[in-house]
Design a protein around this ligand. Structure first.
Ligand SMILES: [Zn+2]
Length: 113
């Protein structure tokens, strides 16, 4: 199950941050989930508590915010967002855009005691 390994990786990353920052107890974590990340939100929400159960993060709440797809024009640097991949050309100069955000699952903030 993909989301289980994702949750495990997320928890490992969180433990590293907590060790580095000297955080003892985590109340919640907010992660940004790109619409293109391919992550099933509900599956991740289901797996997270199972993974943290055996760690010092037990009881921490996972909050997920979905991030839209962001495009940037490599030619005129114009940036815009879209709900889905359509690769519409840049409205300014007609160049093909590149995706700059909306693909990954990233930790955005931690709430600690
Ligand atoms: Zn452009």
């Amino acid at each position: 199950m993909h989301e289980l390994s994702l949750a495990t990786a997320l928890v490992e990353q969180l433990q590293e941050i907590m060790a580095r920052e000297g955080v003892q107890e985590l109340v919640s974590v907010t992660v940004a989930m790109g619409v293109l990340s391919g992550v099933e939100r509900e599956a991740l929400e289901f797996c997270f508590p199972l993974v943290v159960e055996a760690t010092p993060l037990k009881g921490a709440i996972l909050k997920i915010v979905e991030t839209p797809l962001c495009f940037r024009c490599p030619r005129c640097q114009r940036e815009w967002q879209a709900e889905k991949v359509d690769f519409a050309p840049c409205g300014g100069c007609g160049s093909a855009p590149e995706i700059i955000d909306g693909r990954d699952l990233v930790i955005r903030s931690l709430e600690v005691t």
